[in-house]
Design a protein. Sequence first.
Length: 303
Amino acid sequence: MSADVTLANLEGRAVLLLGGTTAVDDVAAAGARAVDLEGASQGALPSDPMQALARLREVLDFADARGADALAAHAAAFDPRALGPPVPRPPKVFAIGLNYRAHAEEAGLELPKQPLVFTKFPNCLAGPRADIPLGSPRVDYEVELVAVVGERLRNVPVDRALEAVAGYTVGQDVSDRRLQFAGRPPQFALGKSLDGYGPTGPALVPARAVPDPQCLAIRCDVSGERRQDDTTAGMIFSVAELVHYLARFCTLEPGDLLFTGTPAGVGSVREPRRYLAPGDVVESAIEGIGRLRNCCVAAAGAD
């Protein structure tokens, strides 16, 4: 029987979290436990999270062969605040704008006829419990399902595109709207790539545990108030269609991240607008994938 595990980054080392898709905050309530991959495999598998991702099939085969009981013998308690982004050094980070019907409608924009692609720079990535440094009074939240590419590919057909996905994680596409819209055309990449503006985690959930990425509940709460609430069925372009589209133009590589868009409810289109403030707590959750919990703090030198 398949072991119920997810792959995570604990203080820079690849670990298996027992309990699979259970959100880390829920696991922590009962005492979170992690298995050091290199140690449990006696050096047969790597300690580096990127190398472990590149060998994910071997990692899962190892977990299945050992089974949950044997893995539990190697498990140790840990502090969830020590978790880093599950994919800490992705070759590329793609993101998709206006990919939920309700979000396009609330913004008063036509539905796109093809995916609207921008990038987030890898320096923005942060762990699932990392603070969000607010660099301006117009910082926004955007919960997103993040797909992780598991193999090198180009020109993959839609009906085989999900075979190239190693797994999924939760992401926050934090956005400094003031910087993003400071000029014309907008600075999408820069406004969304400040340090700490890409919390991800809590772990990489293997694709085999997510048979259909288009039927997951997705939500975001800010200081206990529900701001976003939808399902991934609301996407205009599915995960498979996005992978297919990107692979037409770029060679995709193991570890590439794909932020697949955010549902309705972001602060910049509300009346009145609702941006993040120091002291706010942003909780981002996706059914079967996990939950992020990020506290907002004033960035050094922020105005």
